[in-house]
Write a protein that binds this ligand. Sequence first.
Ligand code: AMP
Length: 461
Amino acid sequence: MHWNQINFNNFIFTIYNCERSEFNKYIMANKPDNKRKKYRAPRGTSDYLPKRAAQLHYLDSQAAEIFERYGYRRIITPTFEDTDLFSRSIGESSDIVRKEMYTFNDKAGRSLTLRPEATAPVVRAYIEHKLHSEIKPVKLYYIGSMFRYERPQAGRYREFWQLGVEALGSPKPLIDAEVIVLLVDYLKSLALNDLVLHIGSMGDDKCRLPYTKKLRQELEPKAEAMCPDCQQRLKLNPLRVFDCKNKVCRAIIAEAPKITDNLCDECANHLVQVEKGIIGAGIKYQLDPTLVRGFDYYTRTTFEVRSPLLGAQSALGGGGRYDNLIAEYGGPATPAIGFALGMERVLLALEAEQVKLDIEISPDLFVAVVDNTDRPEAFRILTDLRRYGLAAEMDYMARSLRSQMKLADKLGSEFVIILGPDELKSGRVAIKNMATGAERKVSLDQIADSIKNLKSEPKGE
Ligand code: AMP
């Protein structure tokens, strides 16, 4: 029983029937536990309170509009999948699989993992539901939270939101260009300007293996000077050394052969065609021979968009081609390409560029009452207005008329009507424009139409 809620009868009963010591015990047992655990959101996760949730929603709705204009349709996959779906595709040597997956056994002993990314689930769904029988390329987009056990810092969380697209079925460089242009156009539609697009290539089976061998041969004699992570990378997947932030490693790697100088003719030509597509769309980019992204499944084109204003976590989003992944999962050989965009990082970039999102939600109309007894009637009118499509509000805290007007102002309501005995008797009410103070008398059943007309009138200085 809570201290404040001690049942009065019980209390009296206890006083009369207990020894003093027992009474003390009773009091102690019912005392609030001040040391009670204070729950907080788990490390690396956050609550999206209404303002931030509205920002996230804005990013989502803007994406839906633009992605659909480019012909992509939404797909929703489960939050968790079989663990080996990720370990097979992302690669056993990747940081994600080695250290960052949220893996658990369910009650039947199945190993499941909270998705750290969405390409593997989309590919799984593509094969499971035979989407390859649909018109190609099959163009899909998703939004969802991803989970990685990383060291939390600005722009790096354990649960974060990604928006992404996958185009499955075409090997042509123009679809690569489409996906890249879509990513940049989306970010620009949010009024972000300070963006740098990096383009690279990972080659294919034909040229990547000889290149990897060459890279290993070049770096192995210098391995002792490199960090333990890079020594490990040299054994497992030498391409990953390009991800290293260590200064000594970076100096050594700067001298190493670059994959873009070692591509086979087909891969080199593919890259040139992608570049042509991007240039044709009027987008500037940097060719980046060290752009090796963190997943094993990439082939040929890789790309990343960075914001120079974001410091260490500067990548807003990126992606690449993954021509072998679908066949590796037992599906028909299907070339594909996609990107994923970190929504929190986009919000950070918007903040850094001081872009204010236009997402203020305020009522069109506030319905105020003179007498408390008129509230049920005000509520009936309010409900009608809402059903008619207006954003309308009233007070539910028995505030005075003066306080209701203050509240309407605080909420940013554009118009106010005051319902009093006279208005209800005459069936006419004054609509007050909160910005100008101008009033217009209308009959009660014409409020909605009048507000719609007033809203569409030119604002005037
Ligand atoms: P990735 O799936 O690793 O290619 O990441 C795509 C994008 O997701 C990155 O460019 C980031 O914007 C975002 N991202 C990746 N990991 C995190 C994280 N731990 N916290 C926040 N955003 C992330």
